[in-house]
Ligand binder design. Structure first.
Ligand SMILES: [Mg+2]
Length: 287
């Protein structure tokens, strides 16, 4: 059953009422209600992780999630931060998002916020902060050495295992195009990647090494993590950290969303898109 309810627009100095059509509010969700209340401020920006949060790993947004995101974009600003690069945003997020004026409310931060895209008529890259050739060479060689030292045997591979994303080098254990089913089985308790990370940290202490996705390890410049992207959002959008809510599937220690929580942004942990949907409904209802 769908019914009309009323929400306040958050992007206005003087909030006004606007009717939108949406499924019944789920504001009874105590965790989301608490998250909205805890800041004591008006929430102006909802930030999502992409892979494993808005969409299943390396898959596209489903239609239900797309509809919820559009509803949310109609009432507030939204940002998506991922370790994935821009092509992944196009494939996972944008192919199933209708192009309309609501996209002006959407900010996209590939590779942990080392790139920033806004919609200004079309998608426009605002900045990109890349590794130089020497840094790339050292990181790739170190990943190879760490894998050998960890006793990692090359398993069935679907595509390249090491990907140069400009501002981030990503190791994907089974290859970039591995089927989700295989990836879910490979390191569900993170033990393999934690071992590789421990060794890699000793080879390249001057860089930041994090677990991402289901089978991947991301290397970035120091200080570049999702909290870095959050700070970019703060400056570029003029939204303070206590006016944001973050939703992600890797908020645990060592996960690539953890830095956002550490930065002090109120964070909601989910275990996949099927948990993100009710959380998004609840946020819409609570705003
Ligand atoms: Mg994730």
């Amino acid at each position: 059953m769908r019914r009309k309810w009323r929400v306040r627009r958050l992007d206005d100095e003087s909030p006004r009422e606007k009717s939108v059509t949406h499924p019944p509010p789920a504001c009874s969700s105590p965790s989301v209600r608490a998250c909205v209340d805890v800041t004591g401020k008006m929430i102006k920006l909802i930030v999502f992780d992409l892979d494993g949060t808005l969409a299943e790993s390396k898959s596209s947004l489903d239609l239900e999630m797309s509809g919820l995101l559009c509803d949310l974009l109609g009432i507030t600003r939204v940002a998506v931060i991922s370790g994935g690069d821009w092509p992944q945003f196009e494939k996972q997020l944008l192919t199933n998002l209708p192009t309309d004026e609501r996209l002006a409310n959407l900010s996209l931060l590939p590779t942990c916020g080392t790139k920033f895209f806004r919609h200004e008529g079309g998608w426009k890259k605002i900045y990109s902060e890349d590794f130089n050739a020497l840094e790339k060479k050292k990181i790739i060689a170190s990943i190879t050495s760490a894998l050998a030292e960890a006793g990692f045997k090359k398993e069935a591979a679907w595509g390249e295992a090491i990907e140069d994303r400009g501002s981030q080098i990503t190791f994907s254990a089974l290859g970039q195009q591995a089927p989700l089913e295989e990836k879910m089985k490979w390191d569900s308790n993170f033990a393999k990647r934690k071992k590789i990370k421990r060794i890699l940290d000793t080879y390249i202490p001057e860089f930041s090494v994090r677990l991402g996705g289901t089978t991947s390890i991301d290397v970035t410049k120091p200080g570049i993590d999702k909290a870095y992207g959050i700070q970019k959002l703060r400056v570029l959008l003029g939204v303070s950290l206590d006016e944001m809510i973050f939703v992600g599937d890797a908020l645990f220690e060592g996960g690539n969303d953890h830095a956002v929580k550490e930065a002090g942004v109120v964070s909601i942990a989910v275990r996949g898109p099927n948990e993100t949907k009710p959380v998004t409904e609840a946020i819409i209802a609570c705003l």
